[in-house]
Every structure is written in structure tokens, then in C-alpha cells.
Ligand binder design. Structure first.
Ligand SMILES: Nc1ncnc2c1ncn2[C@@H]1O[C@H](COP(=O)(O)OP(=O)(O)OP(=O)(O)O)[C@@H](O)[C@H]1O
Ligand SMILES: CC(=O)N[C@H]1[C@@H]2OC[C@@H](O2)[C@@H](O)[C@@H]1O[C@H](C)C(=O)O
Length: 400
């Protein structure tokens, strides 16, 4: 037996594993690095978040990724070069974190790397008759393993698609394993660039679990600020949005996209919800004259309204539930106030109430997927009706 396989076999049999989960989301703000101690597997999974850091991307990083990000036409050489380059950057960021945490590669069992999504195109989006769902994440696992010296599991989304899913949301697997409760129904609401949710029923019935993207979380607000307010990545504490007035005409036009009429589960990204989308809605609604503050107020309300509509839709015929929010959007006070105001009887907590830092949640979820890849397999999902294939995800790269 190859020594790598032997080590992996031994690791799978250990009572616990030390796994670094990595997430680089659609917001392009930085790399989330979550060092987790995981024990057990399936519904017996326990996670302790030992360390967490978001390593901010500098402007040159953002520019290189933005040159291809969510674009239909790109320089193929630039795209090809990005695949190892992102992995090397992420590898260096991990090495920095390990040094800061006074750890070495030998202390870590695995890296679970999401990579950087550069294009996501489910069939319902591209609508090409003879093509299926597709998604592309850059940041090659072999490069990451070599630069860190740590066995790396990466590229989780391809198996999901190969088995009939849209490649997202993958959070549903970890949400179910980690956050299912026998005492309450839960909605795990993540408000990142794109907002998504997982419904967890207190019966713990895997068949009852479902998950979907909702629409824009922060992505359109971020894109607008980045275009119009130099040097600002997002509308800090919703300052600009709070200074504006919602345009009901623009809001109505923004809500017209066919994506919102589709049944759950569905997935999307900044390929759809971007500044071109906004421009079109402004033209249709005759609101091209609005101030930046009014546009931001309207975009903020747009994200909130679509989240509210999704929650009302999925809970219409269901019992009481609690929302556990996560993702950068929970730091946007106006967005959260809109949601709470429309759902006055609903308790909105954050995953901090479940012992997971809400900014770290997605990175932790990838650590859980890696744990399942090497040590799991008992918990079978296979809920094809809800687009949740019961498969083992991730590709394994050894360091030498
Ligand atoms: N103080 C704040 N005020 C307003 N918005 C904030 C604040 N802090 C964070 N955000 C928002 O959160 C975003 C980052 O969120 P997050 O890191 O969850 O996104 P992501 O993981 O890239 O997205 P996705 O889950 O869609 O891939 C920022 O770009 C910003 O829009
Ligand atoms: C293709 C892709 O990267 N999708 C992301 C994105 O960011 C949020 C939403 O859109 C979600 O579907 C997904 O990420 C999370 C981690 C998921 O798969 O659950």
C-alpha cells in the first residue's frame, strides 16, 4: 500500500481530525481560514473551531480575479495562469495563519479547499439544450498540497454536478450534520454575496431537508459601491443605504427576473445579479436619475425582500422555526432590520448561538465535507427530489 494511502487510512480511523476549511466566496473580500477539530462523522460529527481568520485580498489579487470573474469572455491564458496562482496565494495565506497560530504543517491532517468560483452556470441559466449544469472553481489542489505540505481535498462541486445537482448549495450537507436539532425546526440563512438557506426539520429526517440559493445577498450592493465609491469594498454598516430612499419603481423592476419564479432548489451567482442587471432594471423603470444613496437603499431592500419572500414561502405550511443567520450580510444593520421587521414573530439568531462564528460557517462546512470524504459515508442523503445527491465530494491531492 502506498504510504499516502496508509496515512489516510489511519487518519480515517482516528477519533478526531484537525482540518483547515477554506472558503473564498463571491464577495472576493478575502480567504476564510477555519482551523477545526472534527470528531466522529455523519450525525455524530462534532466540530470545535480552534482558530479563524479572514486573510484580506489585496487590490492586485482582486484585480486578477475580477479580470475573469463571472465574465463570459475572458483571456484564456489569464484564466489558466490563475488556477495555480490562486492555489499558491491561498497556500501562502495558510502558511501565514499557521505561523501566527504557532502551528506547523505537521499539526494539520487535511486542508478542505473550496477554491474561487469564477463562473457558475446551471442549465436553467445558460438554457443550452444539449448542455448540463456546470461550475468552475480555480485554485488547484495539487499546488495547494505542495506549497503547504498538507494533504488537500478540493474541487467539491464537480461530483455534486456529476451526480445530478447544480453544484450548490453544498452547505446543506454540513448544515444537516452539524446544526440539526431535535427540539426546533431551523432555517440556516447564509447572506454572503449570494443568499441561501437550508431547512432543517426537527424530526432529523434527511428526506425533509432542502436548500437553495435565494438571490443576491451583498453582491449587487458591493458591486455598486465598488463602482461608485472609490476605495470602498462594501457599504459599511449600510451608511449610504440608510441615507437614501427606496425607489418602489426600481424595486419592482429588480424583482421581475424569471429566477425568482423558479421553484427551489435553484442556484445563481453574480453572472446574473450584477450591475448590468441593475442598469436594465433602472432603464425599464425610468429610474436612471436616482442618487447613489437611493440606489443603495433600493438594492438593500431588494436583497431583504427576496430573502423575506423565500422564508415566507418555505414556512407557509410549516410549524414554528428559528433562523440562524451567517455570512457577511448579518453585519449590515439595515438589511437585518428589514428582514426582522417583515418577520416580527420569528426569532433570528446567528450561528454564534450554535457555537460557530457566523463569518467562519462556510469554511467550517467545507472542513465537514472533507471529514466525510475520508471518514464518513454512513449518512446517506440521496434526496434527488431536492437536488441533494448522496455522494462523497472532493478530490484528494498529496503533498509529495
Ligand atoms: N459592517 C458591514 N456592513 C455592511 N456589510 C458588511 C459588513 N461586513 C461585511 N459586510 C458584507 O459582507 C460581505 C462579505 O460576506 P461573505 O464573506 O459572507 O461573502 P462570501 O463568502 O464571499 O459570499 P458567498 O457566500 O456568496 O460566496 C462584504 O462584501 C459586505 O457586503
Ligand atoms: C457556485 C458557488 O460558488 N456558489 C456559492 C455562492 O455563494 C453562496 C451561494 O452562491 C452558494 O450556492 C455557494 O456557496 C455555498 C458555500 C454553498 O455551496 O453552500
Amino acid at each position: 500500500m502506498h504510504s499516502h494511502i496508509k496515512r489516510l487510512y489511519t487518519l480515517a480511523g482516528k477519533p478526531s481530525r484537525c482540518i483547515i476549511g477554506l472558503m473564498s466566496g463571491t464577495s472576493l473580500d478575502g480567504l476564510d481560514v477555519a482551523l477545526c477539530q472534527l470528531s466522529g462523522d455523519g450525525l455524530d460529527t462534532k466540530v470545535e473551531l480552534l482558530h479563524f481568520a479572514t486573510v484580506d485580498y489585496d487590490d492586485s489579487y482582486k484585480q486578477r480575479v475580477k479580470a475573469v470573474f463571472a465574465k463570459r469572455e475572458v483571456d484564456l491564458q489569464a484564466l489558466t495562469l490563475l488556477n495555480p496562482w490562486i492555489a499558491l496565494q491561498h497556500g501562502r495565506m495558510i502558511n501565514q495563519c499557521l505561523a501566527a497560530w504557532q502551528l506547523t504543517a505537521a499539526d494539520i491532517d487535511l486542508i478542505a479547499s473550496h477554491g474561487q468560483t469564477v463562473y457558475h452556470c446551471p442549465k436553467r441559466q445558460h438554457q443550452l439544450q444539449d448542455e448540463g449544469n456546470a461550475t468552475l472553481q480555480l485554485g488547484d489542489g495539487d499546488h495547494l498540497a505542495v506549497v503547504t505540505g498538507i494533504t488537500t481535498i478540493s474541487d467539491f462541486r464537480q461530483k455534486h454536478i456529476a451526480a445530478g445537482g447544480e453544484g450548490a448549495p453544498l452547505a446543506v450537507y454540513g448544515d444537516y450534520l452539524l446544526f440539526s436539532s431535535k427540539t426546533e425546526n431551523r432555517i440556516m440563512l447564509n447572506i454572503g454575496g449570494i443568499a441561501n438557506f437550508t431547512w432543517l426539520e426537527q424530526t432529523l429526517d434527511a428526506e425533509a431537508v432542502f436548500s437553495s440559493d435565494i438571490g443576491p445577498g451583498n453582491t449587487m450592493m458591493d458591486a455598486y459601491i465598488q463602482r461608485h465609491v472609490i476605495g470602498q469594498h462594501y457599504d459599511t454598516d449600510a451608511k449610504l443605504a440608510k441615507a437614501g430612499v427606496v425607489s418602489e419603481h426600481l424595486l419592482l423592476a429588480l424583482k421581475q427576473d424569471g429566477f425568482f419564479a423558479l421553484n427551489f432548489p435553484k442556484t445563481t451567482g453574480p453572472e446574473v445579479f450584477n450591475l448590468v442587471y441593475l442598469q436594465r432594471a433602472q432603464q425599464i423603470s425610468g429610474t436612471t436619475h436616482l442618487s447613489h444613496a437611493d440606489v443603495m437603499a433600493t438594492l438593500n431592500r431588494f436583497s431583504a425582500d427576496m430573502i423575506i419572500a423565500a422564508i415566507q414561502h418555505i414556512t407557509a405550511a410549516r410549524d414554528q422555526f428559528t433562523i440562524y443567520a451567517s455570512g457577511g450580510g448579518i453585519h449590515n444593520p439595515l438589511l437585518m432590520a428589514h428582514i426582522q421587521a417583515a418577520l416580527p414573530d420569528v426569532v433570528i439568531k446567528s450561528t454564534a448561538d450554535l457555537a460557530i462564528n457566523p463569518d467562519a460557517k462556510e469554511a467550517v462546512l467545507f472542513a465537514i465535507l472533507a471529514n466525510e470524504c475520508v471518514a464518513g459515508g454512513k449518512q446517506n442523503f440521496s434526496n434527488a427530489r431536492e437536488g441533494i445527491p448522496g455522494v462523497t465530494m472532493g478530490k484528494i491531492s498529496f503533498a509529495d
